[in-house]
Design a protein around this ligand. Structure first.
Ligand code: MN
Ligand code: MN
Ligand code: MN
Length: 276
């Protein structure tokens, strides 16, 4: 079974429309797809409409930025009710925080002599919910950095001159909202936060007591060592295993939709509990 439970459309920082993503998914013979745009549910209806009549099951999803201690963590909400009012309200709050951060990043860049970065980034994004990758693109276009990685290393990353901490929703509130909307909360790419093993265990413990249900065991392009490490955490904490490409665009992503490695065999696949 080919599936993908983590990808982005142009409703957040992906390049493709939900319709174009769906066509990709059909071409790649996926039977299950979750769209997980950052802090928005806006692309979900269009994806459903596009998938109508095709032999593919769509799972409603999102990827929430949350605060846990001093860290920004990404939590996937999978199989949520996209019409849930509390979840929609939380999205609005996240949107405001994101816009505020983007304006502040623009001001930081202005202090560094880079003019109109927010305007340019929102033009690129096609909306005002600008993310850091959009700013990175502006820096590349202005010839200030050669690529995305250097843009984060020099300007946008943690403790860099244009880094702005965002007032994201707290981990436990995000998990509660996802669960209340009928979904399962999953820690996205658990190894990408550079947490020590002790910290990672503390995160998972807090996540689980908040009602979290799974870990993303396979995300994008990982080594088998990394996948086995997260699979071990699923086992240890009795959590379900999720998988996704984290596809954004052909330029920004190592792999395309559904092309991530298979889950290690000892995992409990999260999609086994969904009826289809
Ligand atoms: Mn992204
Ligand atoms: Mn993420
Ligand atoms: Mn993502």
């Amino acid at each position: 079974m080919i599936l993908d439970l983590h990808c982005h459309s142009h409703f957040s920082d992906g390049a493709l429309s939900p319709e174009a993503l769906l066509q990709r998914a059909i071409d790649a013979k996926l039977s299950l797809l979750a769209l997980t745009d950052h802090d928005t549910l806006s692309g979900l209806q269009a994806l459903h409409d596009a998938a109508d009549g095709h032999p593919i099951k769509i799972i409603d999803g999102t990827e929430l930025s949350v605060r846990w201690k001093k860290y920004d963590i990404h939590i996937l909400g999978l199989n949520i009710d996209r019409k849930n009012h509390a979840l929609q309200a939380l999205m609005e709050q996240q949107k405001e925080s994101r816009i505020q951060r983007a304006q502040q990043i623009g001001e930081c860049l202005l202090k560094l002599g880079i003019h109109d970065a927010y305007t340019k980034a929102s033009k690129l994004a096609g909306h005002e919910r600008v993310g850091r990758p959009h700013f990175a693109q502006v820096l590349i276009q202005e010839g200030l950095v050669p690529d995305m990685t250097i843009a984060f290393k020099r300007y946008l990353g943690s403790n860099k001159p244009a880094f702005v901490a965002t007032a994201w929703v707290l981990l436990e509130d995000a998990v509660a909202a996802i669960v209340a909307a009928g979904g399962i909360a999953v820690i996205a790419h658990p190894l990408k936060y550079n947490l020590t093993r002790t910290k990672l265990h503390a995160l998972i413990t807090d996540f689980k007591s908040a009602g979290g249900g799974g870990l993303e065991v396979v995300s994008g392009n990982m080594t088998s060592f990394q996948m086995n490490e997260v699979a071990g955490l699923c086992h240890r904490f009795d959590l379900l295993a999720s998988t996704g490409s984290d596809y954004h665009s052909d330029d920004a992503s190592y792999i395309s939709l559904g092309q991530q490695h298979a889950l290690p065999v000892n995992c409990k696949p999260i999609w086994h509990q969904w009826n289809f």
